[in-house]
Design a protein around this ligand. Structure first.
Ligand code: S3P
Length: 430
């Protein structure tokens, strides 16, 4: 294996994608001026801002060398204006699903469309609850976008349990419930990221339930407030993998979001013996934030992940964990992760295809896969099929620094979705 040398602090991790989306959407339905410090420049978050602009929301972006600030002005819950043309959500499932919750309550027609990946992703999961709340929502025969919404003002409240572990579905229903004439109750069988409820102040710290039932009283005006976006733990995971594979002296990732619904990958790695610590932990705007420190850490034990709560918690980090475990130990196993097939690409199929191309023995299951050692060593370069999926590209981008054959990614540009300077940063670190 090659072994890039690097050390030091990485200050330029991208701001969190999930929190950036939510801050913009909350700003669009709050009364007054919302300032979002450290908003992500990733293409997905820019898709949310463009979609909101098309709907008449007033948005300004102030970009300095250090950070991006977004300022949103709105007159509240029903300030959106109809778009005369379909609203592109590009590659962003979060934009499409969460915005659908807001559009379901606006008294006009909207159509949401996306790129070729997003147009294949399942949307019945949001269409069903929104229809139950009184909106008229139609999809393609396959249950995919275009999503055509005729909103109803106000919506009816709902008692809803998410059928799949999905923070986007939960958040879509929370956004709709803010526009309903009564109290809605939303719950999920397995806890997923809770930024929407945290940012809206819906979480009752005394709630004995885990995950808690979320109660939303609709039609209450939201007062605009400011948000600060910490660094994205899903982006941090790629650099943690880099540190573990290179066994480098020290890597410090500053101001990472350490919300416990996002740090499953750190628990999985610690459980497998990798020593990663967090420092300077504090709470800003309801979110835990701190520095992630990998000092001389490595991964010696294969990762075996099947716990449903951990799978949901680490859903976006699973591709990197799989590739890391295969490279570091030759083995890996993942079960109970069928949702991974419904992401920007079918990530189970993409991982298996590329790991096999690298010579690893893989067994594919409907809900995961297992890697059982490396059976072939190829001469010459290996073409990695990314399916234009940013997390597949970054996972194999990290692998390419360590693998003994050259790995050539068929699409590097797709990282722009969540981590625009990914390749520049890893080049700098070596
Ligand atoms: C996200 C939720 C997850 C995750 C996605 C971001 C969010 O998707 O995979 O990258 O911000 O709510 P699902 O809700 O489809 O699980």
């Amino acid at each position: 294996m090659k072994k890039p040398e690097f050390r030091g602090v990485v200050a330029s991790l991208p701001p969190d994608k999930s929190i950036s989306h939510r801050a913009a959407l909350i700003g669009a339905i709050s009364t007054g001026e919302t300032r979002i410090e450290n908003f992500s420049s990733g293409a997905d978050n820019q898709s949310t801002l463009s979609a909101l602009s098309r709907l008449g929301v007033k948005i300004q972006q102030e970009v300095s060398q250090a950070r991006r600030t977004v300022v949103i002005r709105s007159n509240g819950l029903f300030d959106l204006k109809p778009s005369q043309t379909p609203i592109p959500c590009d590659n962003s499932g979060s934009t499409m699903r969460m915005l659908a919750g807001i559009l379901a309550a606006q008294p006009f027609r909207s159509t949401l469309v996306g790129d070729s990946s997003l147009m294949k992703r399942p949307m019945r999961r949001v269409a069903l609850p929104l229809s139950q709340m009184g909106a008229s929502v139609s999809l393609s025969e396959n249950g995919t976008a275009p999503i055509e919404i005729r909103g109803r003002k106000p919506l009816s409240p709902i008692a809803f349990e998410t059928p799949v572990a999905s923070a986007q579905v939960k958040s879509c229903v929370i956004f709709a419930a803010l526009h309903a004439d009564g109290e809605s109750e939303i719950s999920e069988p397995i806890q997923t990221r809770n930024h929407t409820e945290t940012m809206l102040g819906l979480l009752d710290p005394r709630s004995p339930e885990t995950p808690p039932k979320i109660k939303v009283r609709g039609l209450r005006p939201l007062e605009a407030r400011d948000f600060f976006v910490p660094a994205d733990p899903s982006a941090a995971c790629f650099l943690v993998a880099l540190a573990l594979l290179s066994k480098s002296p020290e890597l410090v990732l500053k101001n990472v979001c350490l919300n416990p619904t996002r740090t499953g990958f750190l628990s999985i790695l610690s459980e497998a013996g990798a020593t990663i610590r967090t420092e300077n932990e504090r709470t800003i705007g309801g979110e835990r934030i701190g520095d992630v420190v990998c000092a001389n850490a490595s991964l010696e034990t294969p990762l075996r992940i099947s716990d449903k709560a951990l799978v949901a918690n680490a859903i976006d980090e699973l591709p990197m964990l799989a590739v890391l475990s295969a490279l570091a130990t030759g083995e890996f196993e993942l079960r109970n992760a069928e949702e991974l097939r419904a992401k920007e690409s079918d990530r189970i199929a993409a991982l298996v295809l590329n790991l096999r191309a690298m010579g690893y023995k893989c067994e594919e299951f409907s809900d995961g896969f297992a890697v059982g050692g490396r059976e072939k060593i190829f001469n010459g370069s290996i073409r990695v099929k990314t399916f234009s999926d940013h997390r597949i590209a970054m996972s194999f981008g990290i692998a390419s620094l360590f693998f003994d054959s050259e790995l050539v990614l068929d699409d590097r540009a797709c990282v722009v979705v969540s981590f625009p300077n990914f390749f520049e940063l890893i080049d700098l670190l070596q």
